[in-house]
Design a protein around this ligand. Structure first.
Ligand code: UT7
Length: 332
């Protein structure tokens, strides 16, 4: 008989950023933009781009190895792997299967989650529910993204915003009650998919010479609309999950929001009346790494000593779909 554990903890985290740094001045050599515009409108100073031939699964593997080392468990103990990505190595098989082989895990359950920039939070929520069932003991949750190949370097409104990277967490069952992932919520509104999408390459517009000529394989976004929705849904998700647990923003030691635009994070902090210092951000160095973003920020915050045992941490994200999600974690 399956025995549900007392709690699910984040036993270890890891992240990986590719070596190549692309500054705003570098971007200004590609499109008509400036360091000043990008910095003041987004908070981004530089981002990392993966090397040619370096795939999403390569970056995911690097982050996964660090998370496994941080968790201090043997890789044989991992029995589930969930990868969140919107830029898989290939449409199929899943990036999770490729990572399973590259990390050298056993023949464990492996699958991808596609929730764009909310992917890490979605994956965390799914994996923790699977662990909560008692059927799995240790899950590897990964957010990994190689956005650079789907950026249109003729579109200055989008190409300056994104970067590549990966993040990972090992989730483990624990006998200690009241710690770890206290709860999670998610949501989606699929009524307006073209607000942020990659039109070509799927079954709607299969890859063809025409689709490539029409630049349909690149990311397209209505930035202004997404900006407004982002602030609203991240505020709602944060307040909803806190309310479900009888908590308020005052109880949260650190907010880890999706890193899309510093002005989105500032507006969120202002609307929730929380000092900006309690929001971790790394936009200046990473840009928007989509599904990897929340995990990279979490790993960084923990390694910088910003998260201590007993702290309440709120992860919150939004992304294409529109999707959104939040997780509440009491650090063990
Ligand atoms: O993970 C989710 C993904 N995305 C997001 O969360 C993005 C959400 N949206 C945003 O972050 C912002 O809307 C942007 C950063 C995309 C744009 O900022 P904005 O303050 O909303 O600018 P805007 O779109 O209103 O554009 C203002 C001006 C325009 O020029 P005109 O029409 O006023 O002459 C743009 O053409 O800025 C121009 N512009 C640029 N100028 C220099 C747009 N992009 C650039 C650029 N460099 N890279």
């Amino acid at each position: 008989m399956l025995r549900p554990p007392a709690s699910i903890i984040i036993a270890g985290t890891g992240s990986y950023l590719p070596e190549k740094v692309v500054t705003n001045d570098d971007m200004a050599r590609l499109v008509e933009t400036s360091d000043e515009w990008i910095r003041t409108r987004t908070g981004i100073r530089e981002r990392h781009f993966a090397a040619e031939g370096e795939t999403t699964s390569d970056m995911a593997t690097a982050a996964a190895n660090k998370a496994i080392a941080a968790a201090g468990i043997a890789r044989e103990e991992i029995d589930l792997i969930v990868v969140a990505t919107m830029t898989p190595d290939m449409p199929f098989p899943s990036t999770a299967c490729l990572v399973q082989a590259k990390v050298g895990l056993g023949n464990v359950t492996a699958f991808d989650v596609q929730a764009a920039c909310s992917g890490y939070v979605y994956a965390l929520n799914i994996a923790s529910s699977m662990l909560q069932s008692g059927a799995y003991k240790n899950a590897l949750v990964i957010g990994a993204e190689k956005t650079s190949p789907i950026l249109d370097f003729q579109d200055r409104t989008t190409c300056v915003l994104f970067g590549d990277g990966a993040s990972a967490a090992v989730l483990s069952t624990s006998a200690q009650p009241g710690v770890g992932i206290l709860g999670s919520i998610g949501g989606a509104d699929g009524s307006n998919p073209e607000l942020l999408y990659q039109p070509g390459g799927g079954t709607a517009i299969p890859a063809s010479v025409d689709s490539i000529d029409a630049r349909q394989h690149f990311l397209k976004m209505n930035g202004k609309e997404i900006f407004k929705l982002a602030v609203r849904v991240m505020e709602q998700a944060s307040l909803q999950i806190l309310d479900q647990h009888g908590l308020t923003t005052k109880d949260v030691a650190l907010f880890i929001p999706h890193q899309a635009n510093m002005r989105i994070i500032e507006s969120l902090a202002k609307r929730m009346k929380v000092p900006l210092e309690r929001f971790h951000n790394n936009l200046d160095r990473c840009g928007n790494t989509s599904a990897a973003s929340v995990g990279i920020a979490l790993d960084e915050a923990f390694r910088q000593g910003r998260i201590q045992s007993g702290d309440l941490v709120l992860l919150v994200a939004f992304g294409a779909g529109l999707t959104w999600g939040a997780s509440l974690v009491k650090w063990h």
